[in-house]
Write a protein that binds this ligand. Sequence first.
Ligand SMILES: [Zn+2]
Length: 226
Amino acid sequence: MTDWDQTDDVGLMLKKVRGIASDRQLMFFACGCCRLVESKLPAVRYLADRFEKDAERPMSRDEKWSILSAIGSALLGDIHPILRQFLMGQDNDSWTMAAQVASIGRMFEFNGAPESLEAAGPSIPRNSASQAQVLREVVRNPDRNIEFDPRWRTDAVRGIAAAIVESRAWDRLPILADALQDAGCEDDELLQHCRLADHLHRPGCWALEYVRETPERSSPNPGDPV
Ligand SMILES: [Zn+2]
């Protein structure tokens, strides 16, 4: 076990994957954070639905950015013009935007809407077990290195992965683990992830993304740490 597996400090986790997590992964994380509060802010459900559906076709960086901005706007727009101004007024990269969506999500998860931006900063909870779980689901443990052998991507493995994504059939991930093992995969982290309880998986599951060869690394943003 590492800190990554155990911590609920979402800010710390995000710092750890800055420059590692792709725009796509950050989008899935932001969507997951929206899902956690959608009962309180129903508008975010539509936006998360739209992104998760659109994620299955190639999108330009501008398209991704506009969707993430819209999610941020919806999270804030219903209730907090001051916070919307704060979020939308900055020319942020997708890491920063995802971190802000997560911060705002934690406010709604625990505290409800703050009185003002000044009041919001110190009161944003650092920890959220549910957001930490979402981040662990879409970004693999950065402390461990998986060398994915392309020979593991057999027709059977690819077919099962595609069917799981198509049907959102997370309960079939253990079958994917079996197929990976049949293909010679001995990577415990990958196999164990596939065998987690199905309620822990969601769109953007890193194991499925690995198998399906979706783009993982972002192109560097200006100002990103090198
Ligand atoms: Zn998963």
